[in-house]
Design a protein around this ligand. Structure first.
Ligand SMILES: [Fe+2]
Length: 283
């Protein structure tokens, strides 16, 4: 990494994530949750807070520090970051209980819609001098009965070899290492890209202060984000991890699953290859 690079700040990433989230939420038909359900969930959340206060004999200075921190998270636009890192994995696990096929994982704050559509076998858009070990991921998209799904979309986005995402890090061009592969007649695809690096979630803002104050670390293991979509089928949002990767056992976002780990091998030409098949259930 050169010193000329402008690293993404928590505030910058947070602002981007907030804007993207608001844009996506505007298009969502939000569920009309009945008041009894709202009351039950909020009561349960508050009960958890009250229990922690009792259990740890929380003081007024600690209560005021918590209020100041909550305000700072909002002012810094870090709620999408905080929620996706510390809460989303529990929602994902809950929803996954009723989903068959490929295991899911969290979407995270770095998804961007409407990326370039690519044929079944292609290179992910990247800089001419993109650093990193070449990586090829091939596989097949099927339904849960094993029928190949032609024309399925394999939407992939991942960090570069320094751990930065396009659309969030100012020095990375828009659309870099993002694309949508459309499967062939046999539901197959082959993605040529580079090996991403582990990265630290933005930690120069209030989320980082919390991580430091708690003695935690802000690292995520290296991963590929993938969302697979096919008409008439429930989409799968997941992440693919790498065997032996750093932080695999201590992901700050708690989003790893053993079923989602691949072990690419050098094919003798310097390209690390692996396969991964995806299974989607019907709507
Ligand atoms: Fe990520």
């Amino acid at each position: 990494m050169t010193s000329l690079q402008e690293s993404p700040t928590a505030a910058g990433s947070g602002a981007n994530a907030s804007e993207n989230f608001k844009a996506a939420a505007a298009n969502q038909d939000l569920a009309d949750t009945p008041p009894e359900r709202v009351a039950a969930i909020v009561t349960a959340v508050l009960k958890g807070v009250h229990t922690a206060i009792e259990e740890y004999d929380v003081t007024y200075p600690e209560f005021q520090a918590a209020k100041a921190w909550l305000m700072a998270v909002g002012e810094g636009g870090e709620w999408p970051l905080f929620m996706d890192v510390f809460v989303e994995h529990a929602v994902e696990a809950q929803v996954a209980r009723s989903q068959h096929g490929t295991k899911g994982s969290i979407l995270g704050p770095y998804f961007l819609p409407d990326q370039v559509r690519l044929p079944a076998r292609a290179g992910l858009p990247r800089r001419a001098d993109e650093q990193g070990t070449p990586l090829a991921l091939s596989g097949q998209v099927r339904d849960v009965n094993g029928t190949p799904l032609a024309g399925a979309e394999v939407d992939i986005w991942h960090a570069d070899a320094d751990g930065y995402y396009s659309g969030f890090a100012p020095h990375v061009p828009d659309g870099n290492l993002r694309g949508i592969f459309v499967t062939d007649d046999e539901g197959r695809f082959e993605i040529s890209t580079i090996q991403p690096a582990p990265y630290q979630i933005p930690h120069d803002g209030p989320t980082g202060q919390l991580i430091e104050a708690s003695g935690w670390h802000p690292w995520r293991p290296a991963h590929l984000h993938i969302q697979v979509r096919a008409e008439g089928h429930r989409p799968v949002t997941t992440q693919i991890y790498f065997a032996g990767g750093e932080y695999l056992e201590s992901d700050v976002a708690e989003a790893t699953k053993p079923e989602l780990v691949i072990d690419p091998q050098d094919d003798g030409t310097g390209v690390r290859r692996s396969t991964y098949d995806f299974e989607l259930e019907s709507d």
